[in-house]
Design a protein around this ligand. Structure first.
Ligand SMILES: CC(C)(COP(=O)(O)OP(=O)(O)OC[C@H]1O[C@@H](n2cnc3c(N)ncnc32)[C@H](O)[C@@H]1OP(=O)(O)O)[C@@H](O)C(=O)NCCC(=O)NCCS
Length: 167
């Protein structure tokens, strides 16, 4: 029990520090919320008992969106993001899957797994994505996280929406 809790706390600390360092993704929340994220809809990879990769999945309109994709810097360019997204695709029981990114490495991973760029994911998905963007902007403003707002805002036109539609 104590061991299990210790491992979970290590995961929470890892996730919080990754979210603080990586301005491409959402800002970190408090420990309790991050623990809930880690216990909820997400995929994780471990090296021995050390968490090395993480991504969240959530319903967005008529899609399941894969977001907040993070690979520990020590493990990058070794195929872990590809492995992680493959795992997410296996876990997700839904016909429409979406992932939005402007990161070239991430775009390469999605392309190699059969995702295609879409300009119009449908009204409901577009609507919920827009609401989520406003909520994220608000959460960054509340945290006075101007560096993150600048980082994400300056390349907003570069974001692509990658989609897989399964039968
Ligand atoms: C994006 C990220 C998840 C990629 O993780 P990763 O484990 O390094 O990815 P992989 O090793 O599985 O694949 C990377 C691929 O992109 C390629 N690549 C790396 N840097 C690249 C670049 N600047 N431009 C184009 N391709 C690039 C690699 O060669 C590799 O392709 P290959 O499999 O054909 O050799 C990781 O860099 C990360 O956590 N970044 C910070 C957070 C972030 O930006 N997340 C994405 C938000 S959606």
């Amino acid at each position: 029990m104590t061991m299990g809790l210790a491992i979970i706390m290590e995961d929470v600390e890892w996730l919080k520090s990754m979210l603080s360092e990586e301005r491409e993704v959402r800002p970190p929340s408090n420990r309790k919320k991050e623990q809930r994220h880690l216990n909820g809809n997400c995929v994780k990879l471990y090296d021995n008992s050390q968490i090395i990769a993480y991504a969240e999945t959530r319903k967005v309109g008529s899609h399941i969106e894969i977001s907040t994709v993070l690979v520990d810097p020590k493990y990058r360019n070794k195929g872990y993001a590809k492995q992680l997204i493959k795992k997410a695709l296996e876990d997700i029981d839904h016909d429409k899957i979406l992932c939005c990114t402007k990161n070239p490495a991430m775009a390469g991973v999605l392309d190699s797994l059969g995702f295609k760029i879409t300009k119009w994911p449908g009204f409901w998905t577009y609507f919920v994505l827009s609401i989520n963007t406003i909520r994220r902007l608000f959460s960054m403003l509340v945290r006075l996280d101007f560096k993150r707002i600048w980082h994400q805002g300056k390349g907003i036109h570069k974001y692509d929406q990658f989609e897989i539609i399964r039968n």
